[in-house]
Unconditional design. Structure first.
Length: 641
């Protein structure tokens, strides 16, 4: 069975449409050049050259990380989503030619990994803990599914099915197979996507095996280390917490270790729980969700506070300047949130998805789409970043590319596929999770419904939705009420209607006619946010949020020494739209004070009377747009008076 997903979602939104255009016109061509090592001053990728060498069409050695092939896969996936939104024959031809190269690099038995094909052909499957073989396979599978669903072309799908069949022959609970799994989760969620397209139960069983086998004793990573002649010593302080293999997944209650690996695994777990109606696994997902979002998530939707291991640490450990908060981790949080929404409609998942999308993901890409952040701190002092070893991971300006370039193609594929996160459907109900302008055709209940949404998010809170069912019939539309909204007004055809609110969604049940129109207004107010008292980094500080957008102060607007200013948060904070700033953004402005010394040559430590304060006007821009006007200080959390 081949199931081609109904992809009738076209984003028409002013805010997100610009990002899709940037991805299509700037990011995808730029990353194509990067993969071909054609970006002057950028770290070389060598990814395309590796494929040519593996295919026997060039000579040379493998270069790059062991997972370098995954950058190519994510580029194809992003291109597929972009083609779904903005058809382009030239881009499609470029994809087809690249897919043909990948096919030629595949080995006769189905194996596909340029690192091992070129560098260590006799050592396949000998170091899953460190070398990402199944991770790379997973990204190839995701790319193949996306490209098939957009174009209907099966060439790459045939390649990955042959590879997946080989993996199924090698791994599993049956005698003679490896009872192992990859150190970096990804194959699990990819196999579930492949299962839904192909309808092949083996792919579902294999995904389930990789999830359930993780963390069991005797530990697979110890066993494979012995076969390599190693003692199993591992560099991470928490050892196998790093790869979430310290316990079987059903026993895990706290997010630990590498943040991207964790959320990719949780994404797959939620998907598997939904696919198999596994309530016990769903309960584990909820427990982990609560731990991450209530104790280990930044206000920007960033996760993974520690540079060491790119990892979660412990509850309320959320330093602002040291924050790692990898772009890929916020992207993975969006993936997980979407699958939790597929599992159950609860606004807490949509709220976090929205928070991450408008803040911690798009902060990873420059407004023109040509430079990227790997790390997304919430406070930056450039001088410290250049001198302190513990801040070596912090870049004060976005970079043209990275040797480990997982984030740029990841943000591209997310932005190009943003339409997939707006809706879910279940039985007779269509759920609206994000207020992003679009034109879509969804299957709700017994037929199709065409929806046309217009949205003024994130700057204003007006949403309009035109409903056109294939025939007049009863069904339900459920609208997420954002956690930041103190109130909302919902009308159908200009009239207020009774709604039932459950788990943060307003359910509108009626017999819908063609041309019915829903209007929703969410008043946007600037909110002063305080952190939980156990977050030591934010003691005595506040942050500003308006609607889904988190704001920050930048040196470009407020001068240096941001730590010396305090905002008067009891006074009015004005919001105005600045067309001429950062592609058009809301700018917040409030009163505050700056602490200074009477004498520039004062001692390092002073009595209170040696300090003075001066009145200042402070300006705040959306966090996602920081570092687009040159190098300078930035802070999300400021002192208040």
């Amino acid at each position: 069975m081949l199931e081609q997903r109904n992809r009738h979602i076209r984003v028409t939104d002013d805010f997100w449409g610009r990002y899709i255009d940037v991805v299509k016109e700037k990011v995808i061509p730029y990353q194509w050049a990067a993969l071909h090592d054609d970006i002057e001053g950028a770290a070389p990728s060598h990814a395309i050259e590796n494929l040519k060498i593996a295919a026997g069409e060039a000579e040379g050695e493998f270069h790059g990380f062991v997972f370098q092939d995954s950058d190519v896969a994510k580029w194809i996936e992003a291109a597929a989503y972009a083609l779904a939104e903005r058809p382009d024959p030239k881009l499609e031809q470029r994809c087809d030619e690249l897919i043909a190269l990948i096919s030629r690099a595949q080995q006769p038995d189905g194996y596909l990994n340029t690192h091992y094909t070129i560098k260590a052909p006799t050592k396949r499957w000998t170091n899953l803990r460190d070398n990402h073989e199944l991770y790379v396979a997973g990204h190839l599978i995701e790319a193949a599914v996306a490209y098939y669903e957009t174009t209907g072309k099966q060439a790459l799908l045939d390649v990955v099915c042959k590879f997946a069949d080989l993996i199924d022959q090698v791994f599993g609970p049956e005698p003679g197979k490896f009872r192992g799994y990859d150190g970096h989760q990804e194959i699990e969620l990819a196999l579930l996507k492949l299962y839904r397209v192909k309808g092949e139960p083996r792919y579902l069983r294999l995904a389930q095996f990789f999830i359930e086998e993780r963390g069991k004793e005797p530990h697979f990573f110890d066993e494979e280390a012995k076969k390599r002649g190693e003692d199993g010593t591992f560099w991470y302080r928490g050892r196998y917490k790093y790869s979430q293999s310290h316990l079987p997944v059903r026993q895990q209650q706290e997010a630990t270790g590498h943040a991207v690996r964790a959320v990719y695994m949780y994404t797959a777990m939620a998907d598997l729980a939904n696919e198999t109606d596994d309530e016990q696994l769903a309960k584990v997902c909820r427990t982990l969700w609560d731990n991450v979002t209530n104790q280990q998530m930044y206000i920007t939707g960033g996760i993974g506070s520690a540079e060491f291991g790119e990892a979660f640490t412990f509850a309320y450990d959320l330093p602002n300047d040291l924050a790692y908060t990898e772009t890929c981790a916020s992207i993975g949080l969006v993936f997980w949130a979407k699958n939790m929404l597929e599992l159950e409609a609860d606004s807490r998942y949509g709220d976090v998805m929205e928070r991450a999308l408008y803040n911690g993901t798009i902060s990873g890409i420059q407004l023109d789409g040509t430079k990227f952040f790997y790390v997304n701190p919430l406070e930056v002092w450039p001088q410290a970043a250049k001198h302190r070893h513990d801040l070596k991971h912090v870049k004060t300006e976005r970079q043209p590319w990275f040797g480990c370039a997982c984030c740029p193609p990841n943000i591209a594929r997310l932005l190009a596929s943003i339409g997939q996160y707006i809706y879910t459907t279940k039985n007779q109900t269509g759920f609206i999770h994000l207020y992003i302008g679009n034109e879509s055709t969804l299957t709700i209940g017994s037929g199709e419904v065409t929806l046309k949404m217009k949205s003024s998010f994130p700057w204003q809170g007006e949403v309009g939705l035109e409903v056109n069912p294939d025939t007049s019939r009863p069904f339900t539309l459920a609208f997420r009420i954002p956690s930041w909204a103190n109130d909302y007004h919902l009308t159908v055809n200009g009239h207020f209607v009774d709604v039932e609110v459950r788990n943060g969604y307003a359910y509108v049940e009626r017999t819908w006619q063609k041309g019915d129109h829903i209007s929703i207004q969410f008043p946007l107010e600037t909110k002063v946010i305080h952190a939980h008292p156990e977050v030591r980094a934010n003691a005595g500080k506040i942050a500003l949020q308006r609607g889904p957008i988190v704001f920050c102060a930048e040196e470009a607007d407020n001068g240096s020494n941001l730590q010396s200013v305090a905002i008067r948060c009891q006074e009015n904070i004005d919001a105005s739209f600045a067309n001429d700033r950062l592609n058009g953004v809301i700018v917040l402005e409030g009163k505050g004070v700056r602490t200074v010394t009477a004498n520039a040559n004062e001692s390092l430590y002073l009595p209170k009377e040696a300090l003075q304060t001066e009145e200042v006007t402070l300006q705040f821009i959306p966090y996602y747009a920081w570092a687009n006007r040159g190098e300078g200080e930035m802070a999300v959390w400021l002192r208040h008076i």
